[in-house]
Write a protein that binds this ligand. Structure first.
Ligand SMILES: Cc1cc2nc3c(=O)[nH]c(=O)nc-3n(C[C@H](O)[C@H](O)[C@H](O)COP(=O)(O)O)c2cc1C
Length: 239
């Protein structure tokens, strides 16, 4: 069903400068008002919120954010368990997700650094979250969803095929906006999520690629596979 997801998670300075994304968390009365307005105008099931733990101090900010969320009664809340100050680094603190699960009436989705089926299951168990949101871990290994349903870890062939599709599909979206070199550089950003799966030294080789042909050649020739670290025990058991 179509709906509106209010994003209070994006840490981009360009976005935050205008009070949007995680910038909404710097002005909680405005955030609360915006959510109330959306709730009042959207039918049940069509209003959700994505947020972080706060701007820079989760202990101080998050309880107030939770009160705003509880009052607005969204249909679902996804929480990236970091503050805006942490950007994408540091350790996500899932104890705050557990607090949200206890405080809010709606389903809560946990988000932040989930890259293996084992981590996913542990996160669900410890937080009581209704579900997970997996970002970079899914770019690195889209088969994580199959694994979560009890399926096998990806084979090297599946991963190589995936990288080929990743480059082709992002090219379709991005190439009309960028030069080939620009697209190549953007792909390095996405592939950085996958570096744990590259054989030693290959990360350096990939960073030096200057054209998409070079990158394509590199990815199809190198024996890329999910490591035990990035895919968890299922992959290890298959080796
Ligand atoms: C390249 C990239 C693009 C993203 N775009 C969005 C977006 O459009 N909307 C959103 O809510 N979050 C977006 N995020 C944030 C993710 O949804 C997620 O909250 C964050 O990456 C932490 O989860 P992870 O550790 O599983 O990646 C993006 C993250 C990355 C790395």
């Amino acid at each position: 069903m179509a709906g509106i997801n209010l994003n209070a998670g994006c840490p981009s300075p360009l976005v935050n400068r205008h009070g949007a994304g995680a910038g909404l968390l710097r002005n909680l009365p405005r955030f609360a008002d915006m959510m109330q307005q959306l709730r009042a105008n959207l039918p049940a099931g069509q209003f959700s919120v994505k947020c972080r733990l706060g701007w820079e101090d989760a202990a101080a900010d998050f309880p107030r954010i939770l009160d705003c969320l509880a009052a607005a009664e969204p249909d679902e809340v996804g929480i990236h368990a970091r503050t805006r100050k942490q950007l994408y680094g540091g350790t996500p603190d899932f104890s705050y997700i557990k607090r949200a699960v206890q405080h809010l009436a709606c389903p809560v989705l946990a988000n932040g650094d989930i890259t293996t089926p084992q981590q996913a299951m542990e996160c669900l168990e410890t937080t009581g979250a209704a579900g997970l949101m997996i970002g970079r871990g899914a770019v690195r290994n889209p088969y994580i969803f199959r694994q979560l349903k009890g399926g096998a870890a990806p084979t090297p062939e599946e991963m190589q095929q995936y990288y080929a599709i990743l480059i082709e599909e992002t090219g379709r979206i991005l190439l009309h906006k960028r030069t080939e070199k620009g697209h190549c550089n953007r792909m390095k950003k996405y592939l950085a999520f996958c570096y744990p799966d590259f054989p030693a030294g290959q990360e350096y080789a990939l960073r030096r690629c200057t054209s998409m042909a070079e990158m394509q050649r590199f990815l199809t020739q190198s024996p890329i596979t999910c490591t035990e670290n990035s895919c968890g025990e299922t992959a290890a058991a298959q080796k």
